[in-house]
Design a protein around this ligand. Structure first.
Ligand SMILES: Nc1ncnc2c1ncn2[C@@H]1O[C@H](COP(=O)(O)OP(=O)(O)OP(=O)(O)O)[C@@H](O)[C@H]1O
Ligand SMILES: [Mg+2]
Length: 230
């Protein structure tokens, strides 16, 4: 699913956000990325989403190389990825249902099918009663679930959520993590960054990527234990 070899990311201002990362993630893994602020979690997700490209090293996501000159292929790859951004990126002035449907427009999914998928995603997230509400009238937690519904409605192979527990109380953070992890199956990989280490520390059957200053260490629980220290 994901293969990174010696991947570094240097931003134009010179900041070295990722320092030669080696990482392999299989289809169907549940991956938590933790680490202090500024350690490179969002930068890593941006690379995996094809929003940023490695400055050096090689990175493949679902067999597609993330590199300059691959823009068209990366655009196609991104259709198989369901991103949940930290700041949601919902379209104001539109309903929850419209926001979830928009995520499917690019895929050429017919309107009726998109509507059906959107409704069932909203229902799964407990939001069927808010389908016709304008997103600006939703609570924080509801807006977050709309953002998740938009990401999952098109049944992506790879779901990535950046800090989905931010700004949520303990109970709601747990609900969101449970929901996100419930989409993991043999075909779907789920990657979540979070500061809420206390909520995931007892989790079994998951992969933990701990980031520090652009380096990573990996621990797999429930399968063979492996560690990469770069
Ligand atoms: N567009 C950018 N240009 C320059 N530097 C950047 C850019 N985006 C991030 N950085 C820097 O890269 C480093 C890693 O940032 P990143 O956003 O990946 O951290 P993070 O682990 O997601 O932090 P947080 O927990 O606060 O979200 C930081 O030093 C940050 O200042
Ligand atoms: Mg971040």
């Amino acid at each position: 699913m994901i293969k990174a070899k010696g991947v570094s990311l240097r931003y134009p201002d010179g900041t070295l956000a990722l320092k030669g990362i080696d990482l392999e993630i299989d289809t169907g893994e549940l991956v938590y990325i933790t680490g202090p602020s500024g350690s490179g979690k969002t930068s890593l997700l941006k690379l995996l989403m094809g929003i940023e490209y490695p400055t050096s090293g090689s990175l493949k996501v679902m067999g597609q190389s993330i590199a300059k000159g691959q823009e068209g292929n990366i655009r196609r790859l991104r259709k198989r990825i369901g991103p949940v951004f930290q700041e949601f990126r919902l379209i104001q002035g539109r309903t929850a249902l419209e926001n979830v449907m928009m995520g499917m427009r690019f895929l050429g999914i017919p309107c009726r099918q998109a509507k059906e998928n959107a409704k069932s995603a909203l229902t799964r997230l407990g939001l069927e009663h808010k389908a016709l509400s304008m997103v600006e009238n939703l609570s924080w937690g509801e807006a977050q679930r709309v953002a998740i519904a938009r990401a999952v409605a098109r049944k992506p192979r790879l779901i990535m959520a950046d800090e989905p527990t931010g700004n949520l109380d303990h109970d709601n953070a747990l609900i969101i993590l449970d929901l996100l992890t419930s989409f993991r199956d043999t075909n779907t990989t789920v990657i979540i960054t979070t500061h809420a280490t206390h909520l995931i520390e007892r989790q079994e059957n998951a992969t933990f990527i701990r980031m520090n200053g652009g380096n990573i260490s990996v621990e797999r629980r429930g399968k063979a234990y492996e560690e990469y220290l770069v």
